[in-house]
Design a protein around this ligand. Structure first.
Ligand SMILES: Nc1nc2c(ncn2[C@@H]2O[C@H](COP(=O)(O)OP(=O)(O)OP(=O)(O)O)[C@@H](O)[C@H]2O)c(=O)[nH]1
Ligand SMILES: [Mg+2]
Length: 141
């Protein structure tokens, strides 16, 4: 399911399903991936993709693969590390550093990253400010 959220009558926030970790068959996962890549690749109105990554886990092959795909297609994206409330702040920092270092093995520059929690609202202001900035840039074009 793709969920569209119309914000301020001005732009859409689109929620796509998880592309790999879901507890479904390999075949199902592959068709999900195809659908998501097709959507992102063909959507001309697309301004930015937020890749949500659980801040507790070590870099997963499917996340890295997807991020590398976005990069190879020249699709702008940012990484949102989620669930920061679920562990000590130092652990979150270490986990995110590990993720960034893994990306730096193949990429020269990192995309914008955000450390967030839906529970504590950590990172909310930063993320909203970023969205506003990106939208203003779009309007200026
Ligand atoms: N404590 C905590 N729980 C969270 C946070 N973000 C999400 N959750 C919980 O994690 C569960 C999964 O959240 P979803 O937003 O449905 O995850 P999802 O990645 O969109 O799942 P799919 O769309 O199925 O891939 C829910 O029970 C949320 O309440 C967070 O920052 N902190
Ligand atoms: Mg979801």
């Amino acid at each position: 399911m793709i969920n569209y959220f119309k914000i301020n009558d001005a732009w859409f926030l689109v929620d796509l399903p998880g592309y790999g970790y879901a507890k479904v068959s390999k075949k199902h996962r592959e068709s999900f991936q195809k659908m998501i890549r097709n959507y992102l690749g063909k959507r001309e109105q697309l301004v930015n993709t937020f890749v949500l990554i659980d801040s507790r886990i070590k870099p997963q092959e499917n996340d890295l693969e997807f991020i590398n795909w976005l990069g190879s297609q020249g699709l702008p994206f940012s990484i949102v590390f989620t669930k920061a409330d679920k562990q000590h702040a130092e652990q979150t920092t270490m986990s995110i550093e590990r993720f960034k270092n893994t990306l730096l093995e193949t990429w020269e520059v990192l995309p914008p990253t955000f450390t967030t929690s839906a529970k504590s609202a950590q990172g909310r202001a930063e993320l909203l400010a970023y969205i506003q900035q990106v939208n203003e840039m779009m309007q200026a074009k």
